[in-house]
Design a binder for this molecule. Sequence first.
Ligand code: ADP
Ligand code: MG
Length: 684
Amino acid sequence: MRPDILNPLFAEVTALKGVGPTLAKPLERLGIARVVDLLFHLPSGWVDRWPREELMQADVGRTIAITLTPTDHRGGSSPRAPTRVIAADAHGNAVTLVFFGRSSGFARKQLPLGEPRRVSGKLDQYGQDLQIVHPEIGGEEGDFQEREAIYPLSEGITSRRLAALVAQALARAPELPEWIEPSLKERHQWPAWREALHRLHADPADSVARDRLAYDEVFANQLALSLVRADTRKRRGRALKGDGRLRDLLTLPYTLTGAQARSVAEIEGDLAQEAPMLRLLQGDVGSGKTLVAAMALLIAIEAGAQAALLAPTEILARQHYETLRRTLARLPVEIAVLTGRDKGRAREATLMGLADGSIHLLVGTHAIFQEAVGYRDLGLVVVDEQHRFGVAERMLLQAKGRTPPHVLAMTATPIPRTLTLAIHGEMDQSRLDEMPPGREPIETRVVSEERVDEVVDALGRHLSEGKQAYWVCPLVEESETSDLQAAEARAAALEARFAGRVGVVHGRMRPQEKDAVMARFSAGELGVLVATTVIEVGVDVPNATLIVIEHADRFGLAQLHQLRGRVGRGGGHSVCLLLRGRALSETSRARLALMRETNDGFRIAEEDLRLRGAGELLGTRQSGEAAFRLASAEQLATLLPVASDDTRLLIDRDGGLEGARGQAARNALYLFERDAGVALLRSG
Ligand code: ADP
Ligand code: MG
């Protein structure tokens, strides 16, 4: 349960004065729903106002604050003619205040003739005259702050309005007991949490306060990961020692790469321990993770336990099931598949088999952890594409075994080195840093959208050689319907040319329909698969050696890399065509150029981080687990190692977070919503 002291921060923004439904909308677009979101909506910049006694030529271009006395009202007779208020400073120098449109009547009222007013705005020169367009009008002397925060905005809310709401939120922020280690705080001269917030919102240039707040976030994240890690270590699972009898029966058309063999050995070592394994297998697309997983599963089954493979989507679950059935065909291993779609008698039979132990290996989606699914003796869970699963899900699956099962997570999303600790800090790591032999790098070209006809011609030649292709249309959430229409229109256009050879898959289709299309594509009945990003992860059709990606500039680099990895899986030459729009930003251009230049997922991840910043890269869509909203990429790089050491030390000393600092640290977990970690404290 969240500590009471934090409750005021988790109240809805609508509890604040002046926030009704009209304001709630734009706030929601900014991700602000609760008071705490306002506190953490940090200013992105600031304006300095120069307080002045006298109007001066030298200040042209600056934002000044000055006391002026209106001497004349002009214009504003028609809605289109601007209102001009002539005003003078204390020395008699004149300036024209200009108001366009609807604000003209308002200006006359706010600036009555002969009455001094405090005014602020950017001083411009217009011909011989000084002028200020749409100045802000204050009342008394101290009305304008010298430095004013600028906030990230959405339509319907101004920076000033936001600042006023932030002020309300700040007033509700309690003093919190300190969770940062005293010597560390001292060394950086960090202020207390509440003071840091006040300071930063008052002066966005205060980098000491900004660092402190970023540290808090990183600290909470690392603490949650350390808790998971400590909890795993503490639990007694069960040692799984394979005798090799199943693996000996396996006949593979190739030998393991060095990296695969090493990873299998590391996993075998972990499984032989009583402490449950928590290991991450990182390997770029196509590096052969499935085979490593298969070996791990076989070890567990040799040791007499059941094993499960969890996939993020229906399609991938079915595909893994088929692959494993093929690979393990001659082995005495009973395999079953279970997804949300399996119902009725087949599902009952699977549940029975799991309960009585006659099924050794289960492949499926989240459905395999539903309450009704009971295992006789679950020993190992392999989680494919783990970036889609969070700490909470991992805990859920821990509850399924008689003893906590070993966990092997696999991901093809290369994470920049600086961020590995933040995302996978609690796991041991194995890396497949070597591709199976004979892989040719994928040739990547960037093509203007205007040349789409030539691309279709090239596709025609490709198909006539008996090869297959993917055609990807992006699906961006904001306009799902129109994107869908674009995908369907593209499919129709291609169908007109390559009749009977075109299939479409997209997120709105029912799973059965999707699978049917995928199956026809896998079997070679279809030549082109038009898809939204549902083919993103794991789909494996070696004969598909061309991929066309429309609006490539709309995708993240990591995502493009994943998509591109759908080809180049058969050993033949593969091509990736990135279609780009006409007007490209500098960043988009650089990003597409990078895709052309390299096939190295780790390098792409590093560059993506540099080009886009950590917030976006780690946004919920990509990681689901570690979204940093306060810490920048640079701050992460410097603060992460510190926070990791600090949290480990804290847990060594006070594993239950019972002491004074431990209690304070619990607040940090709740404040940053990493409280899945706290649940572990209770359960342990
Ligand atoms: P990913 O790591 O992306 O999941 P996969 O496991 O799907 O990669 O493997 C990609 C392809 O490489 C598959 O077709 C697989 O059969 C093949 N493969 C895996 N290991 C080897 C190996 N040691 N030698 C040759 N081919 C391999
Ligand atoms: Mg895979």
